[in-house]
Structure formats: C-alpha cells, structure tokens
Write a protein of this length. Structure first.
Length: 206
C-alpha cells in the first residue's frame, strides 16, 4: 500500500512589504504627528530665545545702572536709535557690559541687527536704544517712532522709571522678533524692570 505524502508543516514565509493602503495610512499618521509636534517644538525654541533676550536686557540694565552710579549725569546718548550706534557700544562694552552678544536679540532676523563680529565692529545694535538726540529717518520704522516720540530724548536717573530704555527692534508692517507673541516686544525700563508687551508696542511705549 502506497504511503501518503507527508504534509509540509513548515510555516509559510511571512509576506514582505506593505500594500499601498497601508503605506498611505502610515504617511497620514506621520503627517498628523508632525503637524502636532512642529508647533510645540517651535514654541519651546522661541521660549528659550525669549529667556536669552530677557537675560540680555537684564545685563544691559545692570550695566546702565553702574554707568549712572559712576557719576554720569545721563545715560549714554546716541545720535539716533538707527544703526550704526557705535557710541553706545563704546560707552558700555567692556567696563559695564562684558559680552557684545547682550546687545542683540537672538530672535532678530534682520541681518544688520543679528549678533556678528561684523555688526559689532560696525556699531550696529540688535536692539532699539531710546536715549538719542535726533529723530530717526528710516521710513521702514513705525511713523509713531519718527513723529510721535519727542526727540531729543536724553534719559537720566531722574527720568520716569517706566521710560523704555532698550527694546526689541520693531518695524512698520512687519512682525516683531518674538513672532509667537504677535506684536510682542521685550523691553527694559529705566528702573531696571524687564517687561513683555504682547500686542501693540506703540500703545505701551513710554
């Protein structure tokens, strides 16, 4: 009697690859995850830059306070808060402010206001500095800064403590450096406080 052939009990080979539907599902899931995570990472990164900006302004405030305590009657006075403003750097960098990077907001994307050896050498500041003699003329600036602020504006120890001394740069029709905060501007007051205006720097300026 002929024997029956033995059954092959080996497991079938596992199917390799994905179907088109499975690939589309994977791509969709990855896209959704990216859409959820990218804004979170961007906000965390911006918060880190805002922390550095706040630290820069605090350092500048301490340097300006030390400058006044050395017997100077007024804060360093620039010709205008437009660049270049090397006279402010010359007055503060070294004896009162140790790091040139403190004069630059890390969120600033204007090439002439970012921290670099070239900008330091040229006297280009990253921040606006509001103790100045002349009305700024750059039409890219807010008309408010050119026409509604009284110039000369020479700040001294007896000036209003809420007066803005240094702030993030802002320009008419452009988003501000800290983009997550819409029209947000980080600024230093004469009494040494660091504040963030989250909507309109024009309305809050003093």
């Amino acid at each position: 009697m002929a024997s029956r052939p033995k059954k092959d009990r080996r497991p079938r080979a596992i199917r390799a690859g994905f179907t088109l539907t499975e690939l589309l599902v994977c791509v969709t899931i990855l896209g959704v995850l990216a859409a959820l995570l990218v804004p979170t990472f961007a906000r965390v990164s911006e918060k880190a830059r805002l922390t550095i900006c706040t630290s820069n302004l605090r350092t500048l405030g301490a340097g300006l306070a030390a400058y006044l305590s050395d017997g100077h009657l007024t804060l360093p006075v620039a010709e205008t808060f437009e660049n270049p403003s090397g006279d402010v750097l010359d007055s503060l960098l070294g004896p009162y402010v140790g790091q040139a990077s403190c004069f630059y907001c890390p969120s600033q994307d204007h090439a002439d206001r970012q921290f670099s050896e070239e900008n330091v050498e040229a006297g280009n500041l990253g921040y606006f500095y509001f103790s100045a003699r002349q009305t700024p003329r750059d039409r890219a600036l807010s008309t408010f800064l050119r026409w509604d602020v009284r110039w000369p504006r020479e700040l001294h120890a007896g000036s209003d403590g809420d007066s803005w001394v240094v702030s993030d740069a802002w320009f008419s029709g452009e988003r501000t450096a800290h983009w997550w905060y819409k029209r947000g501007v980080n600024h230093l007051t004469l009494r040494g406080e660091i504040r963030m205006v989250t909507e309109s720097p024009r309305r809050a300026f003093k």
